[in-house]
Design a protein around this ligand. Sequence first.
Ligand code: SAM
Ligand code: SF4
Length: 331
Amino acid sequence: MELEPLRDGHGRLIGDLRVSVTDRCNFRCQYCMPAEGLPWLERSGILSFEEIARIVSLLSAMGVHNVRLTGGEPLVRRNFPELARMLAGIDDVHDLSVTTNGFLLERDAEALVAAGVNRFNVSVDSLQRDRFFELTRRDALPQVLRGLEALAAFPEAHPIKINAVSIRDFTEEEVLPFAQFARRTPYQVRFIEFMPLDADHAWTPEQVLSGEEIRAAINLTYPLEPEPREASATAQVYRFADGKGRIGFINPVSEPFCGDCNRIRLTADGRLRTCLFSLRETDLRGPIRDGADDRELEQIVRDAVWQKELKHHVGEPGFVQPARSMSAIGG
Ligand code: SAM
Ligand code: SF4
């Protein structure tokens, strides 16, 4: 089935869908969730595997060929590899990836690769056990590193990306260790600027350690050369000038890349979001459970996407942080 491409009101073609498969998580990262967790969604309110597959199938027929599974922590969802298998089997899904904190990768890496997941992003904010604990509120670095190793055994899962949120007065100490890590391992490290999507609403612009500051610091010790930026990519990637590995910077706060954004998001309870910072969501679960056919669903999606925000307004006067935090949106 091929449908007309999905396009927003600013002429951008939509090609990438982030699906949050659960709002639950086994970590409590300071920049994302409060220590006590959040009120979880009712199980009956969460989309079933079949409902997710139906939406992904419809969107992929409209040209949304890249699908990333996230959360919350996607690997805590029961039978998650089975969902991956169902989605990888959809003809128009060309690229299926997972963003995970890595805690359960030692258990699931093999099943996920076998299910057809071909790219992984693993979040690691510190390479020191005590500082990892401080930020995630879980003493889990050794377990996460074992998960990374389990994944590295599968060549079809390479390149494996490691994401570190960059926070002033925390990440500075991590910069050179991560650069050295990226040089001696097969992993590509990417620093992501801290965004105002924390559940505590404690974000301030001063807490953002910019990608440019980190790049300049690394460049002093290990000279870097930019690689061409791919269209709609979130990261600006650099290679080490001596050829040993790559490092990336995702700078949504200091250098927004909204102009060619091709992404939309589906929350675990079936709401379509057209921007990380959207204040408006479109319910797909209700119409699906009320018996909407594919044509009706397609029209609801097209109407929502047409209104996709031109850009986010982080850092501008009057910016309003969305009520949902990153874990509930699906980062
Ligand atoms: N639990 C999985 C994980 O941590 O990789 C997937 C969901 S998590 C919400 C997705 C990504 O969002 C992670 O890389 C995480 O570091 C990032 N993230 C969460 N809160 C953030 C924030 N306030 N600013 C920037 N990135 C954030
Ligand atoms: Fe969980 Fe990921 Fe949020 Fe950390 S960033 S609390 S691992 S959802």
